[in-house]
Design a protein around this ligand. Structure first.
Ligand code: PEP
Length: 249
C-alpha cells in the first residue's frame, strides 16, 4: 500500500514561542494514524521544531532550499544545512514560490536534483492557475510541469519523491477542488508517471492534494483512490483543525 501523508505548510507564520506552543498542542492532540504526519515551519524555527519533535510521531519538513551546495547566495539555505539539523524533507515548487519569487520549472528541476543527490525527500508541488482551469488546459499544464521538473530524473530517484497537486485557484481561497476533480487529476498524474517511467513507479508514488483542505472536506477528498493525503496550509496553523484532518485519513 502507498504511504499516506498529511503535511502542514506553515508558510511565513509563527514565531519561535508560537511554534513551540503549536507543536506542544499537536503532540497532545495527534490521533492514532497510519499516515505520516509532517509540519513545515519557517526556516528559523526548523531547528527548534526538529529538537522538540525528536522521537515523536510528527516529522519536520523545510518549505524551500537552494540548488547549490554552498556559496555566495545571500539569504539562501542549503540541503546540508537542513540535514545538519535533522530535516530530511523539503517542499519544492510551491505556487507561492513560483508566483512571488519567480521559481520556474527549470530552476525547480535544479533544486529537485540537488535534493535527490543529497538523499532528501521532496514534496513537489504543482498545479494549474484559474485561467488555465477555465480554458480547459489544466491536464496539459500539469503534464508540462512534471515533465520539465521531474521526468529527467532516474527511476531510482522516485523513491524520494512525493507529489502534491495543488490547483492554484484553491490555495488559501476557501475554494476546494471537488473530490471528483482531485481524483480525475490524480489519476491523470499517475498515468503520466506510468508513461514516463513504469506502472510500478506510478503505483508507488504518493500523491497529495492541497488547496483549502479543512476538517469538513478532508474525509471526502481523502476517500478517493488516487489521493494519498494532503498538503495543508491555513488549517495546519490550528491544532484542532490539523489533527481533525489527520483523523480524516
Ligand atoms: C498550501 O499552501 O499548500 C495550501 C494548500 O494552502 P491552503 O490549505 O491554505 O489552501
Amino acid at each position: 500500500m502507498r504511504k499516506q501523508i498529511v503535511a502542514g505548510n506553515w508558510k511565513m507564520n509563527k514565531t519561535a514561542s508560537e511554534t513551540e506552543s503549536l507543536l506542544t498542542e499537536l503532540q497532545g492532540m495527534l490521533p492514532d494514524t497510519h499516515a505520516e504526519v509532517l509540519v513545515a515551519p519557517t526556516f528559523v524555527n526548523l531547528a527548534l521544531a526538529s529538537r522538540q519533535l525528536e522521537g515523536s510521531a510528527i516529522g519536520v519538513s523545510a518549505q524551500n532550499m537552494h540548488f547549490a551546495d554552498s556559496g555566495a547566495f545571500t539569504g539562501e539555505i542549503s540541503a546540508d544545512m537542513l540535514l545538519a539539523i535533522g530535516v530530511e524533507t523539503v517542499i519544492l515548487g510551491h505556487s507561492e514560490r513560483r508566483e512571488h519569487f519567480g521559481e520556474d520549472d527549470a530552476l525547480l528541476a535544479k533544486k529537485v536534483q540537488q535534493a535527490v543527490s543529497k538523499g532528501m525527500r521532496i514534496i513537489f508541488c504543482f498545479g494549474e492557475l484559474l485561467d488555465q482551469r477555465k480554458a480547459g488546459t489544466h491536464f496539459e499544464v500539469v503534464a508540462s510541469q512534471l515533465k520539465q521538473a521531474l521526468f529527467d530524473l532516474p527511476e531510482a530517484a522516485w523513491k524520494q519523491l512525493v507529489l502534491a497537486y495543488e490547483p492554484v485557484w484553491a490555495i488559501g481561497t476557501g475554494e476546494t477542488a471537488t473530490p471528483e476533480q482531485a481524483q480525475e487529476m490524480h489519476a491523470h498524474i499517475r498515468n503520466l508517471v506510468a508513461n514516463a517511467y513504469t506502472p510500478a513507479v506510478a503505483d508507488a508514488v504518493t500523491i497529495l492534494y492541497g488547496g483549502s483542505v479543512k476538517p469538513g472536506n478532508a474525509g471526502d477528498i481523502f476517500s478517493k483512490p488516487d489521493v494519498d493525503g494532503g498538503l495543508i496550509g491555513g488549517a495546519s496553523l490550528n491544532a484542532a483543525d490539523f489533527t481533525a484532518i489527520v483523523a480524516a485519513i
